[in-house]
Design a protein around this ligand. Structure first.
Ligand SMILES: NC(=O)c1ccc[n+]([C@@H]2O[C@H](COP(=O)([O-])OP(=O)(O)OC[C@H]3O[C@@H](n4cnc5c(N)ncnc54)[C@H](OP(=O)(O)O)[C@@H]3O)[C@@H](O)[C@H]2O)c1
Length: 288
């Protein structure tokens, strides 16, 4: 069980993008003082950092001029920039005793090794949530996958608790698979919805109308999934064993070949994992 530190560390956030915005606001609400929003040099980047800094009561500074006094530095930059951002801040602080976190789902705390070598405790702290422009979700109830140095993990767990999120441990070697899972539940779900709109077009329904008309069934499916789980929220021709209907779908989907591939892959998973009738026959027609 984590030992609660009496004083919340002051925080510096590197980056001012989608995650940084949600994180900064939630941390502030939870009583953390955000000291700095650190950007890359460049007028547009500094401008974005200033905007966020104003919202969270912090100062904005570019990495080249940063002097970090905060005890905790949270890297909210794209995955590919975490290591270089850490390098760019080597001289911005005495890293001994500081905590450095990043929020990549795929990369491990090793990405911050250069700061660890200078005495910082490092961890990766990934919120299983989607952050897009124009939406700053609360972090309450959000699961956070955490791994790293013991001290940094302990600090991260306390912060997540303060944010009313749910922390859980993830093994370094499992992060690739963990992030592939995350990819399914939001980005690929959005891609599935985009594919659904494409298929709707084949039925003569435009994208906007399709979106409106899909929403009730989508919401109900998600609500059923939440309440009953995947097998009991599964309906349609595979559950009923209606081979003729599936055959017709496969024929008409030849006009949208990528959507057909998705249909085949998901239908095969349905046959394996969900309740289905006429399995043998369905398996045969779902081979290609
Ligand atoms: N978005 C999500 O749904 C989500 C969910 C969970 C975890 N994450 C993780 O959160 C992290 C940030 O993702 P995001 O979606 O917030 O990205 P984002 O919206 O693209 O924002 C990235 C920010 O980093 C800044 N930046 C880039 N390189 C930098 C550098 N070297 N030094 C300082 N700032 C730099 C960018 O600034 P300028 O371009 O203005 O210079 C921008 O403000 C990633 O590790 C990602 O995996 C994201």
């Amino acid at each position: 069980m984590a030992v609660r530190i009496s004083k919340k560390p002051r925080v510096a956030i590197v980056g001012a993008g989608n995650l940084a915005g949600a994180l900064g606001i939630s941390l502030r609400k939870a009583g953390y003082r955000i000291e700095l929003i650190i950007s890359r040099p460049g007028a547009a980047s500094v401008q974005r950092a200033r905007r966020l800094a104003r919202e969270v009561g912090a100062s904005a500074v570019s990495a080249t001029h940063a002097q970090i006094r905060a005890g905790l530095v949270w890297f909210s930059v794209p995955d590919a920039a975490i290591s270089s951002a850490a390098h760019s801040l080597l001289r911005a602080a005495d890293w001994k005793g500081k905590i450095a976190l990043h929020s990549s789902g795929a990369l491990t705390s090793d990405e911050l090794r250069v700061l660890q070598e200078r005495g910082a405790a490092v961890a990766s702290v990934h919120p299983l949530m989607t952050f897009v422009q124009g939406s700053r979700p609360t972090l309450a109830e959000v699961p956070f996958a955490i791994e790293g140095d013991r001290k940094a993990v302990r600090a991260a767990r306390i912060i997540v608790e303060d944010l009313r999120g749910q922390s859980f441990p993830i093994r370094k070697e499992r992060k690739d698979a963990y992030h592939a899972w995350g990819m399914f539940v939001s980005p690929l779900l959005s891609a599935l919805l985009a594919a659904s709109e494409t298929v709707a077009a084949a039925a003569g329904v435009g994208r906007n109308a399709a979106r409106q008309r899909m929403l009730p069934i989508l919401k109900k499916t998600l609500a059923n999934y939440a309440r009953l789980g995947a097998p009991r929220s599964f309906s349609g021709p595979i559950a009923r064993g209606d081979v003729g209907t599936v055959r017709k779908h496969l024929k008409v989907l030849r006009t949208v070949p990528e959507a057909r591939e998705v249909y085949l892959a998901l239908a095969r998973i349905a046959l394996r994992e969900l309740p289905a009738k006429n399995r043998a026959e369905l398996e045969k027609i779902l081979k290609h």
